[in-house]
Design a protein around this ligand. Structure first.
Ligand code: FES
Ligand code: FES
Length: 212
């Protein structure tokens, strides 16, 4: 009978530290080539492996240091929502397909359901809560409201975070740039034209300020 490498008969995890590191390295390579399936496979392998115990993590979330002790398989989305109470980040598919869980990791948009919290150790994370509040919305949040760029709102936190990340590195994006930035954010309600209009409004406002 073929041996099940994730669950060998002696009851050990069957995954060595070297194997884990190789898996993470593969996942990083996969991210750069867009091979989401491999990331999902690696995450599931980690979750099946039941490796050692919790380990300490410290992440700066929206400017405040958040610390905790997490098993290696814990995703950033799980840590944000379940341990740190930041439920603005939504989990839709939990496998890298919808973008509802998008956060900024050191300024770059990532799917937090595919990012292990240990990979965020010592880094900066921005969630939708870190952009603004209902009383003091960020320009892109205000623009979403004004452009009616949401319906059920489930995709909206991830969509807003992707747009905020784009506008931070490119204050005057073209519509093509916006489409690329939200390519991983799926909206079943079809609010895309509103999203493009919201980004355009923020970019236009920035141009006016520069000119003035
Ligand atoms: S919940 Fe992360 S991509 Fe869908
Ligand atoms: S507003 Fe409903 S999924 Fe986007």
């Amino acid at each position: 009978m073929a041996e099940d490498k994730a669950h060998p008969p002696d009851g050990t995890s069957g995954v060595t530290r070297r194997g884990l590191i190789k898996g993470i390295a593969s996942a990083v390579t996969a991210a750069s080539t867009g091979a989401t399936a491999l990331l999902v496979e690696t995450r599931h392998e980690l979750q099946a492996a039941n490796l050692s115990g919790p380990m300490a993590v410290s992440v700066t979330v929206n400017g405040a240091v958040k610390a905790g002790s997490f098993e290696p398989r814990t995703t950033l989305a799980e840590a944000l929502r379940d341990s740190w109470g930041m439920t603005g980040t939504k989990v839709g598919c939990d496998r890298g397909a919808c973008g509802a869980c998008t956060v900024l990791l050191d300024g770059l948009a990532v799917n937090s359901c595919l990012t292990l919290v240990h990979d965020a150790d010592g880094r900066k994370v921005t969630t939708v809560e870190g952009l603004g509040s209902p009383e003091a919305m960020a320009p892109i949040q205000k623009a979403f409201v004004e452009a009616d760029a949401l319906q059920c709102g489930f995709c909206t936190p991830g969509m807003v975070v992707s747009c905020a990340g784009l506008l931070a590195r490119n204050p005057r994006p073209s519509e093509h740039d916006v489409k690329e930035a939200v390519a991983g954010n799926l909206c079943r309600c079809g609010t895309y034209t509103g999203v493009f209009a919201a980004c355009e409004a923020v970019a236009h406002a920035k141009s006016e300020v520069t000119r003035g």
